[in-house]
Design a protein around this ligand. Structure first.
Ligand SMILES: NC(=O)c1ccc[n+]([C@@H]2O[C@H](COP(=O)([O-])OP(=O)(O)OC[C@H]3O[C@@H](n4cnc5c(N)ncnc54)[C@H](O)[C@@H]3O)[C@@H](O)[C@H]2O)c1
Length: 399
């Protein structure tokens, strides 16, 4: 919190009389630098700059979080830790949510009106943490107003909307980044480097369970709510979009909102994956098994040792006589590598700021966000065809 100039919080519903310029003077050198340093792994892709470097970065960015419900306060908290951020705004239609932010982060400028945020030239970027159905319209308005945009997962409510946002951002040379937080989770990045190095061998299959009791959403299915986590992780690990998807789901509590889904994914490389997604389970599971030709990994996001690497496998032995069939099984050491204790959200927002200031491509790119949405749309298409296998290439942008 010390990063920030003490801004006056205005009465509810009106933008605070925050001089963004004054707040910006507060600093690029404030504490909180440690979080950013820990996240230095951001994926800078030369020649693939997401947007032009932002002059505002020199004095610190002014960032507005739109949507202060369940997730928004986490974004506000992390912004206060980032040295690149000089001032934070909060915007929510509901007074009680603005009050909650005022109590925890008194320096935050608060408003009920997104128009106020869009009209203020001192605000460099918007972070959108509102319900999915509102993502496109809010983000499109922000991009048209010249603001960089970070949108909580998923990027939009359809691939058509996502593609339109990408076009707007590209044309305006602004950063558009979906919030796929797990791409910044230390266990996930560790596993990616393990796969990339070849230590795991060929990836045979991946199986994940993301289940717990609640929070039931009323407007989107469990595939749209929890699916983006697994589909973005799979995309990041395997470096490919699934070729086809088949799914089974049931609406157990709300009649038209599936709260459990079993999704099978096939990849051109030969890898297959299964994701179990549910808001209805007696206990919380965040467990993924990755089976490779050389080793196997169990990633349990709820465990104190989240990554365990098993030197285990099976192989067909060379036959010594005609018709012989003999297997060898290997159960070797189990390694629990050290995993950095950094908050993924801090790394993700650091990557967003770097994209704005340096023009780098964020690891959670808009294109990846679009591919995640196409995967979810393929899930919906499969459900509409009673679990038939759907080729993702056949799901049109207007599906
Ligand atoms: N990355 C993650 O791990 C993670 C976790 C939870 C939620 N999310 C995402 O965050 C987003 C929000 O989810 P949530 O659970 O916080 O929802 P929520 O319903 O708790 O909060 C949304 C807030 O947005 C406000 N709002 C809606 N329209 C608005 C507008 N036009 N202007 C200003 N405020 C507006 C609402 O009043 C509400 O307070 C979703 O996209 C969700 O998928 C991400």
């Amino acid at each position: 919190m010390s990063v920030h100039a003490a801004a006056e919080s205005a009465p509810d519903g009106t933008p605070a009389a925050v001089s963004a310029a004054a707040a910006c003077a507060a600093s690029a050198t404030a504490p909180g630098a440690s979080a950013a340093a820990a996240c230095a792994a951001s994926a800078t892709a030369p020649g693939a700059a997401a947007a032009g470097a932002c002059a505002a970065g020199a004095s610190g960015l002014t960032v507005a979080v739109v949507g202060l419900g369940y997730w928004g306060p986490n974004l506000v908290r992390n912004l206060y830790e980032l040295p690149q951020v000089a001032a934070v705004w909060g915007c929510d239609l509901r007074q009680e949510r603005r009050e909650a932010i005022r109590r925890r982060f008194p320096a935050t400028a608060l408003t009920s009106s997104c128009e106020h945020v869009l009209a203020d030239p001192a605000i460099d970027a918007l972070i959108i943490a509102t319900p999915i159905s509102t993502h496109h319209d809010l983000a499109a308005a922000a991009l048209r107003a010249g603001k960089h945009v970070f949108i909580e997962k998923p990027l939009a409510a359809s691939s058509e909307e996502a593609a339109a946002l990408i076009e707007l951002a590209t044309h305006a040379k602004l950063v558009l980044m979906p919030g796929h937080t797990f791409l910044y989770s230390p266990p996930v990045t560790l596993i990616r480097s393990f796969i990339e190095s070849g230590d795991l061998g060929e990836v045979y299959f991946i199986s994940s369970s993301r289940v717990n009791l609640g929070l039931h959403q009323q407007d989107v299915s469990v595939a749209w709510d929890l699916g983006p986590h697994d589909f973005s992780i799979l995309r990041y690990w395997l470096d490919e979009t699934p070729a086809s998807v088949s799914a089974l789901a049931r609406s157990c509590i709300l009649p038209t909102v599936p709260d459990v889904a079993f999704v099978d994914l096939e990849y051109a490389s030969g890898a297959v994956a299964h994701a179990e997604l549910s808001w209805l389970a007696p206990s919380k599971l965040r467990r993924t098994t990755i089976v490779g030709s050389r080793k196997m990994i169990v990633y349990d996001d709820t465990a104190t040792e989240p990554v365990r690497i098993f030197d285990s496998g099976a192989a067909l032995r060379d036959p010594t006589s005609f018709g012989e069939f003999r297997m060898t099984y290997r159960t070797g050491d189990i390694l629990c590598p050290h995993v950095d204790a950094v908050e993924p959200l801090a790394c993700e927002l650091d990557d967003f700021c770097s994209a704005i200031i340096e023009g780098s491509m964020p690891r959670s790119s808009a294109q990846l966000g679009l591919e995640v949405i196409r995967t979810i749309e393929a899930v919906d298409a499969s459900l509409a065809r009673r679990g038939a296998r759907v080729d993702i290439g056949q799901v049109s942008l207007s599906a």
